[in-house]
Design a protein around this ligand. Structure first.
Ligand SMILES: Cc1ncc(COP(=O)(O)O)c(C=O)c1O
Length: 384
């Protein structure tokens, strides 16, 4: 039997789809050592460098003394601490919803949302490029999953119209698409949600901390948060830690507490991470220059790479995809950059569709001018 699994791995290798772990040492956020060499990282989702921000680290250290390392039980047993309650209060303020609920991971939050709110008699209508956690949540829910082509809201409307007889319609999108870095048209989706009486779920994993006048995310502007039923986000990207959350009306978060199995049957997020995330949300509010620097860095990277002839759409987030297509070619470019001390793993199937491999460059506030110059030199050398 083992040899069958071995064969599956060999098949992946033959298709340039094999994945392996690389152990990074002396990780400092944007730099790490790998096999004895310094590597410059342009691939993390720690967009504001908050995983190492002194205030965030201090908050975690302080919480460690009070709460210890782990929560010790699921939220409904003894795993809900004052740190969870305080973080949820802060998330209510940040996201402008009535209530919030913290999960142990963003992936679990998405599984929880879709399995709790959708069932056999329902239809889930989802953008084709939604994250694996949303796709898996939809599959687990047993609802019928209907997918519309990326940002094709005409097709989305057709699907909603065709689902009028279902018990419920659940409309799902990401705000910032994680592998393409582009934005959903939330206003148009709100219009459709209202017209077809759908429950509207948005995943703001990559918008929280990066978008909006105050960094509150993609739903901050235009009264959007009030019109979206469920705003999901993660504590693991711009907030620099780990965990997921849902912000929604109280009746919906209460429903999740009672029906979301990934919430009920998983150990609670460690309180130290709650306190770190709460401080990260305060830093985002009180230190707007971090976001200003992030956007300056994003534009500098974009300009440098487009001047070299790489076709990258105008940035709408901190994610800049360099489309390659062929998986083997993407691996070749990854290895050539690695040889120059630049680490940008090639994103391939099943993370993106077959034949749409890419280098996903992500930019952080923590990148220096020298880092950006080194990145651009690295890409220039690829052109030779
Ligand atoms: C759009 C999106 N949603 C959800 C998740 C899952 O979040 P987490 O990594 O915090 O579990 C991710 C992470 O990759 C993501 O990109």
């Amino acid at each position: 039997m083992k040899s069958e699994y071995q064969k599956e791995l060999q098949d992946l290798q033959a298709k340039n789809l094999y994945r392996k772990l690389r152990v990074l040492e002396d990780h400092e956020g944007t730099h790490a050592a790998f096999e004895g060499r310094d590597l410059l990282l342009f691939c993390s989702n720690d967009y504001l460098g908050l995983s190492r921000h002194p205030r965030v680290v201090r908050a975690a250290q302080k919480a460690l003394k009070v709460h210890g390392v782990g929560a010790g039980a699921a939220r409904l047993i003894s795993g809900t601490t004052s740190a969870h309650a305080a973080l949820e209060k802060k998330l209510v303020e940040t996201k402008g919803k009535e209530s919030a609920l913290v999960f142990a991971a963003g992936f679990l939050a998405n599984l929880g949302i879709l399995t709790a709110f959708a069932g056999e008699e329902d239809v889930i209508i989802m953008d084709k490029l939604c994250h694996a956690s949303l796709v898996d949540g939809a599959r687990l829910s047993k609802a019928e999953l209907r997918v519309f082509p990326h940002k094709n809201y005409k097709k989305c409307e057709d699907l909603l119209r065709g689902s009028r007889n279902a018990r419920r319609r659940i409309l799902v999108t990401e705000t910032v698409f994680s592998m393409d870095g582009d934005l959903a048209n939330l206003k148009e989706l709100v219009r459709l949600k209202k017209k077809y009486d759908a429950l509207f779920v948005v995943d703001d994993a990559h918008g929280t901390g990066v978008l909006g006048k105050h960094g509150r995310g993609a739903t901050e502007e235009g009264n959007l948060s009030k019109q979206i039923d469920i705003i999901m986000g993660t504590l693991s990207k711009a907030l620099g830690g780990l965990g997921g959350f849902v912000a929604a009306d109280k009746v919906l978060t209460e429903h999740l507490v009672n029906f979301a199995r990934p919430f009920i049957f998983a150990t609670a997020l460690p309180p130290i991470l709650c306190e770190a995330a709460r401080e990260a949300l305060c830093v985002i509010e009180e230190e707007p220059f971090l976001r200003k620097k992030l956007w300056a860095n994003i534009h500098e990277v974009h300009l440098g790479l487009t001047e070299l002839g790489f076709l990258i759409p105008t940035p709408e987030s901190a994610i800049l995809p360099i489309m390659v297509g062929d998986e083997g070619k993407a691996m070749e470019l990854f290895n050539k950059l690695l040889a120059q001390g630049i680490f940008i793993p090639a994103v391939r199937y099943p993370t993106v569709p077959k034949g749409k491999a890419r280098l996903r460059v992500t930019v952080s506030t923590a990148h220096t001018k020298e880092d950006i110059q080194k990145l651009i030199r690295g890409f220039k050398n690829l052109r030779r």
